[in-house]
Design a protein around this ligand. Structure first.
Ligand code: AMP
Ligand code: MN
Ligand code: MN
Length: 359
């Protein structure tokens, strides 16, 4: 990935890259130097975003296993909030690197962040960026604020694990099955198992490199995407049964939405992470371009997932409401009642249209 404006060999700390441009050669060099120049006893802290998904955990743990192969001994991986790993990811290699946020090194020599577009996605761990050590950011959100000392942000990358794989290669760490499984979970999560637009030839080439280590894609996919408790199956039935279709919303492109409360979870004895898969059952609605699931996190607070098929830039909606994400997959934290949250979304849709109205 050579850039005409790059300065090979330079260890200059770079500012946020312009939207859509990937890391420069100088960025890669600075990131490699940040790892290679670590003293033998340096503490390295890896942090991924709150409510970690497959890309956050997979890219972090895969990179962590690579650092371990490089001989980094004092190494922790963590994420903000409760230290609960969602069931689908409890078979990931490298889980032994994980520590609760409360036990994370207070002043590590190096911090590496994964799949977080801004410091706010690091919650209470954001203070680790201000310590004496260097902060390297690996991400693929176009909205990334460039909050690291070194920012490896590639909006064209299908997943943060694409960036992680390249940095490992530049550090001369060979892929093994453990690293590959983590990066594969990340890649399949963010490409919807190679179904989304981001599924480029480069994505399949990376998948081929990962599969060549001998990992078993059938087992991994079943564990990560196709397994849920019976209680969650019944909960999905209930939540999908109350979905609403609004054909006139989004300039006539249509909106479909539903919600799930903490009471719904309690009634079916389910943990919040099971709701992450709900959006996939909602977004298949033919009559709506935009889909939305509003998930209660505490009283009056909701984690909102937005998806679009191309008529609307849902990241614009999410950013306007205090969140972020990608053009066709975004989210934010909603406050108030469900109706107030959905009212807020409806109001932002006209300003986020990418296609003429369908009226
Ligand atoms: P989700 O619907 O949780 O799968 O998230 C879809 C996308 O939106 C991901 O790329 C997230 O990084 C982003 N996202 C979700 N929630 C938030 C939030 N509260 N703030 C910023 N970005 C978010
Ligand atoms: Mn993510
Ligand atoms: Mn991602």
């Amino acid at each position: 990935m050579t850039d005409a404006a790059s300065q090979p060999g330079s260890a200059v700390v770079t500012a946020a890259p312009p939207a859509d441009a990937g890391p420069t050669e100088a960025d890669w060099t600075a990131a490699v130097a940040a790892v290679r120049q670590l003293p033998a006893d340096a503490r390295v802290l890896l942090i991924c975003h709150v409510n970690p998904d497959g890309d956050a955990l997979g890219s972090m743990l895969g990179f962590g296993l690579g650092l371990r192969r490089l001989g980094v001994r004092r190494l922790q991986a963590t994420f903000p909030g409760p230290p609960e790993v969602p069931e689908p990811f409890r078979g990931l290699p490298g889980l032994d690197l994980l520590v609760p946020a409360t036990e994370a090194y207070p002043d590590p020599e190096l911090v590496v962040c994964f799949d977080a577009a801004s410091e706010s996605r690091l919650g209470e761990l954001a203070d680790r960026l201000t310590g004496a050590g260097a902060a390297v950011v690996l991400d693929h959100h176009a909205s990334n604020t460039g909050f690291g000392d070194v920012n490896l942000v590639d909006p064209r990358a299908a997943a943060t694990s694409v960036v992680a794989e390249e940095l490992l290669a530049r550090l001369d760490v060979p892929l093994d099955a453990g690293i590959a499984e983590c990066l594969y979970v990340a890649l399949t999560t963010d490409t919807g198992s190679f179904r989304f637009e981001a599924t480029t030839p480069a994505v399949h080439q990376m998948a081929a490199r990962l599969l060549a280590t001998g990992i078993r894609p059938g087992d991994i996919s079943r564990r990560v995407f196709d397994t849920r408790p019976f209680g969650a199956v019944r909960l999905f039935g209930e939540v999908l049964g109350r979905a609403r279709l609004e054909p006139a919303a989004a300039g006539g492109h249509g909106l479909v939405w539903t919600y799930a409360t903490q009471d719904d979870l309690a009634r079916h004895d389910q943990r919040p992470y099971v709701l992450e898969a709900l959006i996939d059952s909602v977004r298949c609605t033919a009559e709506a371009d935009v889909s939305c699931v509003v998930k209660q996190t505490t009283t009056g607070e909701w984690a909102v997932s937005l998806r679009s098929k191309g008529a609307v830039d849902v990241s614009r909606v999410a950013v306007a409401l205090g969140g972020g994400g990608h053009r066709f997959a975004a989210g934010f934290t909603g406050r108030g009642t469900v109706d107030e949250v959905v009212d807020g979304i409806r109001a932002e849709l006209p300003g986020a249209l990418l296609k003429p109205t369908n009226a």
